[in-house]
Design a protein around this ligand. Structure first.
Ligand code: CMP
Length: 139
């Protein structure tokens, strides 16, 4: 059991580089907080303009983020839905499954408090969100 559990923690970090700097306790906390969700090909997972509910970490499958006429593919190890949670804004883009997908999700409240407890993670997420919104400004 113990070995199985630490393997899960290792898998988490191997799959999601964003969690590489978290300490062991924070990784254990994450495993407890994650809720699995899935989507089928063509399913819209996030609709632009909606109020946010959760952040999504992709463990299987691919999605497309639509920004203007541009489609940005994301796959295993990527995540989405973090921007509205960080900023308090509405969803900035549509996100559609292009495949059978499995996600690990953190609901808004858990995401906010986890990020507040892990300032280094907060910095990394803020930096990526800044890049993503800069990319979207000229669209
Ligand atoms: P959010 O605004 O909550 O919901 C839509 C999500 O799409 C957003 O969070 C990001 O996770 C993602 N997203 C928006 N723009 C980009 C981009 N340029 N590149 C990658 N992902 C993006």
């Amino acid at each position: 059991r113990e070995a199985e559990h630490s393997l899960q923690i290792q898998n988490l970090v191997d799959l999601f580089p964003i969690f590489a700097d978290l300490d062991h306790q924070a990784r254990e906390d994450l495993l407890m907080l994650f809720r699995p969700r899935s989507a089928t090909p063509g399913q819209r997972v996030i609709r632009k303009g909606d109020r946010p509910d959760a952040a999504y970490f992709i463990s299987k499958g691919t999605v497309q983020v639509s920004v203007g006429d541009r489609l940005i593919p994301l796959g295993p190890g990527d995540f989405f839905g973090e921007m509205a949670l960080l900023s308090g804004a509405r969803r900035s883009a549509d996100v559609t499954a292009t495949d059978y997908c499995q996600f690990l999700t953190l609901d808004q409240r858990e995401f906010r408090s986890f990020v507040a407890r892990n300032p280094r993670l907060r910095e990394q997420l803020d930096a990526l969100a800044a890049q993503r919104s800069a990319m979207n400004r000229d669209r």
